[in-house]
Design a protein around this ligand. Structure first.
Ligand code: PLP
Length: 409
């Protein structure tokens, strides 16, 4: 997006504000489907937790994507956005049988990731088709919080427990229609993907009524100039060959599924914040912005790198800054970062702010969550208003006990 458009959006809607470029989401979706154009049936289920605004879900639906959901509320949001429940897969972890049954009743594809629930669900609802999330025990992912496929992970059913899965399936007579894995986010090496895929194919051979194999997600996107990313095109070529061979041997054209979040929306997002104060200490120049870990927690939570550009002064002399928030604890977005000279009231743009940014925002320090804007066909559309004091107080209950000045004795 052009600096001038970002500045105009900050001026019109105020700061801080999230902006999403629809064209980037569309081009990423096309890139992924193009990479698998030689597979007969490909299904992309967008991972709602990355960015769950209804406008984004509607955009995904219009592209032909389904949704990958991890809570009943995400399922409900998808249905509100007009997505057919048949195009939603539900992949929860540590969720109650009751919630899984409720989602199943809505016509959503269920994906089960533990033996206990598999046995209970299969016993009660043997006719409902179920997908199984296996854990291939592959160490992958950019950091320990998002590496979810290794041996001690809480996700998925171990591939060493396949005999137990088969026993449950035979005893209950349940119908397994899909096999799934999701090994983590930020995977760089396509060989890791391909290795895990082989394990998935081996697993799939045990089930005779499959409709799909879901390879999860975890594609890495570039976070800075010159950054490496998953080579989707090469990956597509290699996995296509393997998948088509598998289908031939299996005797049926299966659907090849993916459920990317970050890949589809990360680069489409910009977070705009205003510089409240430039503060020089003995060692550092701080740029303090009108936001903090309450709005964008990835740098503090995951040590994530977000490019920061001074859209108000893009040709200014470069200097080193620490960009920090206004929260009353250390909330550092960047240290020793070269940025074009920053003055108070400048607008800074954080890149890669589409995935896991607004969706992880909170009201910490009783601050409002910011507005969201969709940039579509050269026009800015407000898709979420900034919160107000009412949003902070609306669920609180005044019990009237302390309405008079009380003297404690
Ligand atoms: C979070 C999640 C995804 C999306 O991961 P990205 O790294 O954003 O692509 C996909 N599938 C499942 C089951 C997830 O929990």
């Amino acid at each position: 997006m052009e600096n001038s458009n970002l500045l105009a959006i900050a001026a019109q809607f105020g700061s801080p504000v999230y902006v999403y470029d629809s064209a980037k989401i569309v081009s990423q979706y096309k890139r992924l489907t193009d990479a698998f154009k030689n597979v007969k049936q490909v299904k992309i289920n967008y991972a709602v937790k990355a960015l769950s605004n209804l406008a984004i879900l509607k955009l995904m639906n219009s592209l032909g994507a389904g949704l990958d959901t991890v809570s009943i509320q995400e399922v409900q949001l998808g249905i509100l956005a007009g997505v057919d429940p048949k195009n939603i897969i539900y992949t929860p972890n540590g969720v109650s049988l009751a919630e899984i049954e409720e989602v199943s009743k809505m016509g959503v594809q269920i994906n089960i990731d533990n033996l206990s629930i598999l046995e209970q669900f299969g016993t009660k609802h043997p006719k409902v088709p179920v997908c199984i999330r296996v854990n291939p025990h592959v160490m992958a992912g950019g950091n320990s919080k998002i590496s979810v496929g290794h041996i001690d992970s809480k996700f998925g059913i171990s591939i060493h427990q396949i005999p137990h899965i088969i026993r449950i399936v035979e005893n209950t007579g349940m119908n397994i229609n899909g096999i799934h894995m999701h090994t983590g986010s930020d995977i760089l090496d396509i060989d890791v993907f391909l290795y895990a895929s082989e394990i998935l194919f081996e697993t799939a051979k045990n089930f005779k009524n499959l409709d799909f194999i879901d390879f999860g997600s975890g594609f890495k996107v570039p976070y800075k100039e010159g950054d490496i990313e998953t080579n989707i095109e090469e990956f597509g070529e290699k996995l296509t060959k393997r998948f088509n061979t598998f289908c031939k041997n299996y005797g049926k054209e299966l659907i090849l599924g993916f459920e990317p979040g970050k890949f589809l929306v990360s680069e489409a997002g910009y977070f705009l914040a205003k510089v409240n104060v430039v503060k020089q200490t003995t060692s550092t120049v701080f740029a303090g912005i009108d936001s903090g870990l309450n709005h964008l927690i990835r740098p503090m939570f995951y040590n994530s790198y977000h490019d920061i550009i001074n859209v108000s002064n893009p040709t200014g002399r470069e200097r080193f800054y620490s960009v920090v928030g206004y929260i009353c604890e250390t909330d550092t977005f960047a240290t020793n970062r070269r940025i074009n000279e920053i003055n108070e009231d400048d607008i800074l743009a954080f890149k890669n702010a589409g995935a896991y940014c607004f969706s992880m925002a909170s009201n910490y320090n009783s601050r409002y969550r910011p507005a969201e804007v969709l940039w579509h066909a050269n026009e800015a559309h407000l898709i979420r208003k900034a919160e107000t004091l009412e949003d902070i107080t609306k669920n609180q209950i005044d019990v009237g006990i302390f309405s008079k000045k009380t003297i404690l004795t």
